[in-house]
Design a protein around this ligand. Structure first.
Ligand code: GRG
Length: 298
């Protein structure tokens, strides 16, 4: 597998498997508090691309781990990702009505339940990591640490979100923009690649290369997201298009222009593929996913 279009088929197949695991790991809607569990399921099972779980699987399998040993961690990162989307859509943040092609969690369940559903998904993610990994305590702790860092305040998604909010309507430097994108979006993508490697027992050099690959595709993913916000429709994206400009957000096209943004994303992907192909592992899928990240239409 080398072409981005082959990644589409791969992602669709893995998404189905991940959805089956999520069905089991999420509390049943009939378990009290029913409204909260309904809201968690509503947002989780709304049909995201499942890119982050696919990266856990692709990275872990490239280094010899079995899918069933990677699945709990793959589902945990999707829980963290979905929590961040629910909170990002709240009136206090991006104030969005549409997500994954349906009304946002707070539109469907109210703000209080949406906040709690996000909190609950974050908590459940760490519970799954603490109870369902079979890779041994040392690797398990490393996985938990990497996920906490990716979700955290220093160079993780919360820190990136704060910088994003604080820079709305301001002129940002290219460096500040890379920090926002690399933290808000890149950190969880990089973390997903890394934890696949950790579960597979990768050595420090391999983890370093996986981290460099993950950091590059993570940044490329957010650049592509910025471009799609301008070029794609809300229907295509399943979320409101054109919001970045309206909210005067710090984006790649706004700071660097459209053509330079496309070139930077393509260069990052090229570098990522080269880095990962230097590993002594079956990295074709990681290469194809890197290509998909800039070729995607939603
Ligand atoms: C309030 C405690 C607290 C935390 C907030 C909201 C937040 C932390 C962080 C937001 C991070 C965020 C939403 C980044 C955007 C990342 C992004 C491009 C998401 C879209 O990802 P896709 O395209 O979505 O993979 P699907 O729906 O396919 O999963």
């Amino acid at each position: 597998m080398a072409k981005p279009e082959e990644a589409n088929e791969y992602l669709a197949r893995r998404a189905e498997e991940v959805n089956g695991w999520l069905e089991q790991l999420l509390p049943a809607q009939s378990t009290p508090p029913e409204t909260l569990h309904g809201a968690m399921r509503y947002s989780m099972m709304a049909g995201g691309k499942r890119l982050r779980p696919a990266l856990v699987l692709a990275s872990g399998e490239a280094l010899g781990a079995a899918a069933e040993d990677l699945m709990p961690a793959a589902c945990a990162v999707e829980m963290i990702h979905t929590y961040s989307l629910i909170h990002d859509d709240l009136p206090a943040m991006d104030n969005d009505d549409l997500r994954r092609g349906r009304p946002t969690c707070h539109k469907a369940f109210g703000e209080a339940i949406a906040i709690l559903a996000g909190d609950a998904l974050m908590t459940l993610a760490f519970n799954v990591l603490a109870t369902s990994l079979s890779c041994g305590a040392e690797r398990q702790i490393r996985v938990m640490r990497e996920v906490a860092r990716a979700a955290g305040t220093v160079d993780g998604l919360i820190g990136g979100q704060v910088a994003d909010i604080e820079n709305e309507g301001r002129d940002v430097t290219a460096g500040a923009l890379d920090y926002i994108h690399g933290s808000k979006t890149g950190a969880l993508i990089r973390g997903s690649v890394l934890i696949g490697g950790v579960i597979a027992g990768a050595g420090e050099l391999e983890l370093m290369k996986l981290g460099e690959y993950g950091g590059r595709i993570g940044l490329a993913f957010q650049i592509a997201d910025d471009i799609l916000d301008v070029t794609a429709s809300s229907e295509q994206l399943g979320k409101t298009a054109g919001k970045d400009q309206a909210a005067k957000k710090a984006t790649y096209p706004a700071v660097h222009g459209m053509e330079a943004s496309r070139r930077r994303a393509a260069l990052l992907v090229e570098e990522a593929v080269e880095i990962v192909s230097g590993l002594d592992a079956r990295t074709e899928v990681l290469g194809a996913i890197a290509g998909f990240i800039i070729a995607r239409s939603s």
